[in-house]
Design a protein around this ligand. Structure first.
Ligand code: NAI
Ligand code: 15L
Length: 265
């Protein structure tokens, strides 16, 4: 139970459902939350349905918590007003409630879409300036800056996980570079929660893939050692997509199809 009392937001989502049983096994209490319905509480769990934009509800969520894994929010591109509420106001509410309750560490699910407008022929590290590829990516860039401010001003540590593509398998050729297996996701979250000192860190969430656009050498202090690779899926993904249109922005840029999603009006 080395992880103490944990809050997991976004618990009804794809990654929340993967992490919930894995974090429960390691925590003394796991409070799970989402705007959507969740499975009933198992032993050692509390289930609280709440909207992240509901400040009072989020304040209650953080009570008695040691650390947060913040996955909740919109996970794809949407019109600005929706992103504003779920991701920008919502993440502010989480940090402000953490400050008021004395919570000391947060793992923030950022995204590769913070840097989606770098090209696929570039390799970047965490010091590369943000180049968001939409409102969604902008909201994650806001979360990264917000968490840096809460570290500098209040000492709340955050690991920002710029997750690539975390699914059971890489779905297309792009994901051969961006794939993060579920087991490596768990390793990354546990390392982020247990590393002795993280300060404010940004780490790209990817497995030990052969093709890669991201250099994690600035985040070695977290101790993340991915053990899976997209390579076993390469032949099938390349056979399914034998040619790539290099004039397609989704092929040119790291953010893939996100770079051409929208506008919505
Ligand atoms: P998901 O969309 O399956 O889960 C997100 C959850 O947040 C959903 O259950 C949804 O109901 C909840 N949510 C949405 N708006 C909310 C609100 N206003 N208040 C409370 N809860 C709300 O996404 P997934 O794939 O599980 O991703 C989890 C996190 O990781 C997200 O923050 C996403 O942006 C991030 N991420 C995921 C990647 C992936 O490959 N799965 C890649 C990069 C980032
Ligand atoms: C993300 O940020 C999304 O949450 C996820 O659904 C994937 O599309 C992923 O990025 C990706 O870039 O593949």
């Amino acid at each position: 139970h080395s992880l103490g009392r944990l809050l997991l937001t976004g618990a009804a989502g794809g990654l929340g459902r993967v992490l919930r049983p894995r974090l429960r096994a390691r925590s003394s209490l796991l409070r799970v939350s989402d705007i959507s319905a969740m499975d009933p509480a198992a032993a050692g769990e509390e289930v609280v349905q709440a909207a992240l934009e509901d400040r009072a509800a989020v304040h209650c969520l953080l009570e008695g918590i040691d650390a947060v894994v913040h996955l909740g929010g919109l996970s794809t591109e949407h019109p600005f007003d929706a992103i504003l509420q779920a991701n920008i106001v919502g993440t502010y509410n989480v940090y402000e409630a953490a400050r008021r309750h004395g919570v000391k560490r947060i793992v923030f699910a950022s995204s590769n879409h913070v840097t989606g407008f770098y090209r696929q022929d570039q390799v970047i590290d965490a010091n590369a300036p943000a180049r968001p590829d939409g409102y969604y990516g902008l909201s994650k860039a806001f979360g990264e800056d917000l968490s840096r401010f809460y570290f500098d001003r209040y000492g709340i540590e955050t690991v920002c996980l710029r997750i690539g593509s975390s699914f059971p398998e890489p779905k297309d050729r792009r994901m051969l570079a961006t794939w993060l297996s579920y087991d490596d996701l768990e390793r990354l979250v546990v390392a982020s929660l247990t590393a002795p000192v993280v300060g404010h860190s940004i780490i790209f969430g990817m497995s030990d893939n052969t093709t890669t656009w991201w250099d994690n050498s600035l985040a070695r202090h977290i101790g993340f050692r991915p053990q899976d690779s997209s390579e076993p899926f390469r032949a099938a993904r390349e056979a399914a997509q034998p040619t790539l249109d290099r004039n397609d922005p989704a092929v040119l840029y790291q953010g893939g199809a996100f770079v051409r999603t929208g506008p919505f009006e």
